[in-house]
Design a protein around this ligand. Structure first.
Ligand code: VG1
Ligand code: CO
Length: 541
């Protein structure tokens, strides 16, 4: 085995986005693309010599090959140990747990999360720090800076490591430790939740459907829901991970998980339905005849948290990303705890969790999590719901009605305009941004604008400031409109329009109807049709 030093030149466009570097798989497979980025990670974290890393991915096309490159590059740059999930698989929350549990210096997660996979899909690389969470912007900026000046990378010339067999092997001086991807994560879930109550729930005939969407959560869901908790065989569907996610779009929402939605709205629906995304950090919750928005889900978890063993002492605080609805704010107010509003992306929750300022966090994009790891966690959210239902002995539908009666209902929807012209989308945002100071006090679509700003976040723990995180427009009476551009897309720009309307009386409306004034206001204020060249959103969730 020899260390090869390969001359290279900087490659454009290696700036990490909302969640790591995401590109089309074909781009990642171009000469030096992956290697440049990995070497830049080593540079950005001050070198990898003598360090211990965790490595795994969501199993998509190129996962296995990329993992071998990362191992050979870690060995060439002097890493002491890499803990790898068997067959280079780890869900994102399981990777976060392993980093924390094993005291690793960091980890590399190979995933483009909810983006489709396969040769014509997307691939991604994410670096997580020693707390188990996504690298904060101070670190990703150093990595990006390194990508712009790279001249060479180091890689071992050797045959592939055997990642199918559990146990230790060496590559040069580096130890490669292959671990069961599920075991430590399953043990953590058993510490957090009342598994006896969950076993009793399933033993009583409670029926569930879990759609793993051909992605990484399948093995975890099989092991925990069926093998441990006794849910009937067949509860988990699409549970074998495939490299192209069965040619599907592994994003758990009513559009991409439509078969599950149809089943849950049908006459013979099971009691509870759920789905998870490509890398296992997102969740969708749906009861018999009742979809639960991610924003509402976060609010319900917060309101019922003391039913869960790990949270029985109460919550230190909660946090939500800015576009997430204000439903959880209302719960926090009634509990008398802090509610933090952060920019989109899990990396902004890390400091709050580390400092013990909040226990639960969530995003409107189907991400929910707590201080048990430093990532959002799909299966954890599902178990949280099951634990609540087991204790409360109530249907999802009745629980939602009860919740809305107590706190009001924040009707919510997101309209996405995908792959639109980037220049046009930027111009739309810039134009609206320039008009923000004049908007408060004016009327639009029959509503009066109460506030309008471009969201900037001052981190209360490290004092860092993050600007231009999306346009927020608040209306009198509690409606809200948010516009921002996606940081995870790989083609053109994606405009996300987030719509919210608070109702305290009419709790049973159709969401799009309840939001009609806000939708009209969005068009009047931002000229979305003209700016995107689209008559309607591509995806409505
Ligand atoms: C999207 C979501 C955001 C989430 C991010 C990563 O980002 O809106 O809430 O944190 O994806 O999720 P953006 O910039 O496209 O809006 V995952 O599960 O794809 O890592
Ligand atoms: Co994800």
């Amino acid at each position: 085995m020899t260390i090869q030093t390969v001359a290279t030149t900087p490659i454009e466009g290696q700036k990490p986005g909302t969640s790591g570097l995401r590109k089309q798989t074909k781009t990642f497979q171009e000469p030096h693309f992956l290697e440049n980025f990995i070497q830049s990670i080593w540079t950005g974290i001050g070198g990898v010599a003598d360090k211990t890393l965790v490595l795994g991915g969501d199993g998509r096309h190129f996962n296995a090959e990329a993992a071998q490159v990362v191992l050979r590059m870690a060995a060439a740059s002097g890493a002491a140990r890499v803990i790898v999930g068997q067959n280079a698989l780890l869900s994102t929350p399981a990777a976060s747990n392993l980093i924390r549990k094993r005291g690793a210096n960091g980890g590399i997660i190979l995933s483009a999360s909810h983006n489709p996979g396969g040769p014509d899909g997307d691939f991604g690389v994410k670096y997580n720090t020693a707390n188990g969470g996504p690298a904060p912007e101070t670190v990703t900026e150093k990595i990006f800076a390194a990508t712009k000046v790279i001249t060479e990378y180091a890689i071992y010339e050797t045959q592939d490591a055997d990642l199918s067999t559990l146990g230790e092997q060496t590559m040069g001086d580096m130890v490669i430790e292959v671990v069961d991807p599920v075991a430590d994560y399953a043990a953590l879930m058993a510490e957090i939740f009342d598994f006896d109550a969950l076993k009793a729930l399933f033993a009583s005939g409670f029926r569930m459907r879990f759609d793993a969407m051909h992605a990484i959560t399948g093995p975890y869901a099989h092991a925990i829901l069926e093998d441990t908790l006794g849910a009937e065989k067949g509860t988990v569907i699409n549970g074998i991970p495939s490299t192209d996610f069965g040619k599907g779009h592994p994003d758990p929402n009513p559009i991409w998980a439509k078969p599950l939605m149809d089943e849950m709205m049908g006459a013979s629906a099971p009691d509870f339905g759920a789905a998870s995304d490509g890398d296992g950090d997102r969740n969708m919750i749906v009861g018999k005849g009742q979809y639960v928005t991610p924003s509402d889900s976060l609010a319900v978890l917060a309101a019922n948290a003391t039913l869960i063993p790990a949270y029985s002492g109460g919550l230190k605080g909660v946090a939500r990303s800015m576009p997430t609805s204000l439903a959880v704010d209302r719960v926090a107010a009634s509990l008398g705890i802090d509610c933090f509003e952060t920019p989109t992306g899990w990396k902004f929750f890390g400091n709050l969790l580390d400092a013990g300022r909040c226990t639960l966090c969530g995003e409107e994009s189907a991400g929910t999590g707590s201080d048990h790891v430093r990532e959002k966690d799909g299966l954890w959210a599902v178990l949280f719901w099951l634990n609540i239902l087991a204790k409360r002995k109530i249907s999802v539908k009745d629980l939602m009605v009860e919740h809305w009666r107590a706190y009001g209902r924040n009707y919510y929807s997101r309209h996405d305009y995908e792959g639109v012209d980037a220049a046009g989308a930027n111009a739309l945002m810039d134009d609206l941004r320039a008009r923000l100071p004049d908007l408060p006090g004016t009327d639009v679509a029959g509503m009066t604008i109460a506030s309008a700003d471009d969201f900037a976040y001052d981190d209360p723990i490290d004092g860092s400031r993050t600007e231009k995180q999306g346009i927020r427009i608040g209306f009198e009476g509690g409606a809200r409109l948010v516009l921002r551009l996606s940081g995870t897309g790989t083609v053109g720009a994606t405009l996300r329009v987030y719509l919210e309307n608070l109702e305290t009386e009419a709790l049973d409306k159709d969401a799009q109807e309840a939001l009609a004034p806000v939708i009209a206001a969005a068009e009047a204020l931002a000229g979305i049709k003209a700016g995107t060249g689209r008559d309607a959103p591509d995806v409505i969730t």
